[in-house]
Design a protein around this ligand. Sequence first.
Ligand code: S3P
Length: 434
Amino acid sequence: MGRRLVAAKSVSLRGSATVPGDKSISHRVAILGAMASGTTEAHNFLAADDCLRTLYAIHALGATVVRNGNDVYITSEGYEAWRQLEGVLDLGNSGTGLRLLMGAVAGRPFETTLDGDESLRRRPMDRVAHPLRAMGSQVTGQGERLTPPVTIRGGHLRGIVYEQPVASAQVKSAVILAGLQAEGITTVIQPQLSRNHTELIMAAFGGRVATDGLKVTVEGGQQLHAATLTIPGDFSSAAFLIAAAVLVPGSEVTIHGVGLNPTRTGLLSILAAMGARIAVGPLLRVGEEPWGTLTVFSSELRGVLVEGDLIPAAIDELPLVAVLATQAEGETVVRQARELRIKESDRIATMAENLRAMGADIKETEDGWVIRGPTPLRGTQVRAEMDHRVAMALAVAGLVADGETVVEGAEAVGTSFPSFAETLASLGANVRML
Ligand code: S3P
């Protein structure tokens, strides 16, 4: 507990790296593996706090889980064999784990209580409760926004047509997982495309989910079968290496085996518009997910407008966009990103406060930021606020700041990218974890 990331000005990052398995896909493979019958084999599973919590959860629900490093074997007799938990499931910091599990247990004829840490206890679960209640399950939580602990009393579900008020892959996935167990057909209509890993991965488990533009349809009463999968490197973790290489002068960094699903790679479009040079290597397809190699060169950047469909496609990378914008010529505006306020921290506020403390010209708006650059950054003490992506984004900022940047609360990186500091340091960055 109480760890710090210490970063300082760096010269030319060089070399190649890989990043750990994708967090979103690891959660989905764990839950679908437990919903399926047989033994699911997952390679390159993300063995970090969030996904380990989900493994623990499926074990508590009745699946047998064996983990050997990043290889995970999940044996189950299918979701119908799941049993009522004794006590409460603690999902730690993981919104994805908690929300997806809400959907998965909604069809089970027993009561499940899901809880989390101080950060997760501030995050609203009403967005998942609304469709699950409409399908026939009972969901209770704390206060108006139904923050955790939440209790789901599952049972007989009916298919619904659900029009999502905001793009959210977590909510979409929860409804799909419930829809698999419902009577009739469930349809989710998205306002904008959010990450589609649940839809893609379902095929490997023998499940049928149809996608037609923004409409996703799943038939109820499906039985799933075990799958063998290899999970691509997490683009959202690679993003920190990408941003570091773009910002630190004289850099050339290659990242291998990165998931390049277009619903995730909005940052590449934003960086292209900012003038960054990034080469995308040959695309492979492993299962349904595209993978590839990225080579990133340090680049002069210009300010951009980030809004619309780019927001869901870059949602977890927007803290990094704020960092990049401090070094770009002119004004960067990020708007329509109010969702950032309900992530692991209020990312609009935490990034604005911390970057301002480092000398950035950043104005917080209701749904984003206005950032003027380039401004020299200075190292100082900043705070991660229980948010892994804030911790890592600030450490990246520290690589171009004068003096030392000390990120307090850096243990949060264990959520998604425990080897962050080592990986960045192996490329020549001046960063260490204390
Ligand atoms: C995720 C969806 C996104 C994202 C989160 C992971 C997922 O959240 O920010 O880190 O795996 O489905 P929302 O569904 O709230 O947009």
